[in-house]
Write a protein that binds this ligand. Structure first.
Ligand SMILES: N[C@@H](CCC(=O)N[C@@H](CS)C(=O)NCC(=O)O)C(=O)O
Length: 188
């Protein structure tokens, strides 16, 4: 398998798919496309996917775009990795919060771009960013309360893959999660 990504330092969507593959212990290679840097990068990407976005997973004849769809494919192909929790209710909740991340929290994504190694000197979270962070913290607290941790749904799951870039952003921008979430922050 091959995972086509931009930088794993900056591309939060790429990191999500990479985490699922890595956690499942799948043999895969990473192909970097130098987005916005390499000449013809968009044409390279368009030759792989009409969606013109990364990540893209190539598995033989199969091409899968969309980070969550890639995570789903890996979870289905490798059930032993336990990438979704046991139990229909827990799975439904894990899928719901994963979809919420995939389709929302636009202000956090725009105002706090992922930079794994970066450390911002001064950061002010505007109202909408704060509101989104509060929602994220609440949903983490609720999931951890039900599961008992250490990860959102007990064992490491796709939901943790989806939220890992948020944890990275908290560190980069010096935003503290509530005290009760510290064990989760540490575990991640
Ligand atoms: N919903 C997509 C989002 C993918 C996405 O926006 N990827 C960015 C890089 S992090 C991208 O490819 N941007 C290229 C562009 O917009 O031209 C997913 O979950 O995979």
């Amino acid at each position: 398998m091959e995972l086509v990504v931009f930088s794993l330092n900056y591309s939060s969507w790429s990191v999500r798919a990479w985490l699922a593959l890595d956690h499942a212990g799948v043999a895969f290679e990473v192909r970097h496309i130098g987005a916005f840097v390499d000449e013809g990068w968009r044409d390279q990407l368009l030759a792989i996917t009409g969606a013109a976005k990364v990540p893209v997973l190539l598995d033989g004849e199969l091409t899968v775009h969309e980070s969550l769809a890639i995570c789903e494919y890996i979870a289905e192909a490798h059930p032993e990795a336990g990438l979704w929790p046991q139990g229909a209710h827990a799975r439904a909740r894990a899928r719901a919060v994963s979809c919420e991340m995939a389709s929302g929290f636009h202000s956090v994504q725009q105002e706090m771009p992922m930079n794994l190694w970066g450390r911002a000197k001064a950061f002010v979270a505007w109202q909408q960013v704060q509101a989104e962070l509060v929602r994220i913290f609440r949903l983490w607290e609720e999931a951890l309360h039900r599961s008992g941790g250490p990860f959102l749904f007990g064992a490491f799951s796709v939901a943790d893959c989806m939220y890992m870039p948020v944890l990275s952003r908290l560190r980069t921008y010096g935003v503290e999660a509530p005290t009760g979430l510290q064990p989760y922050v540490e575990a991640m």
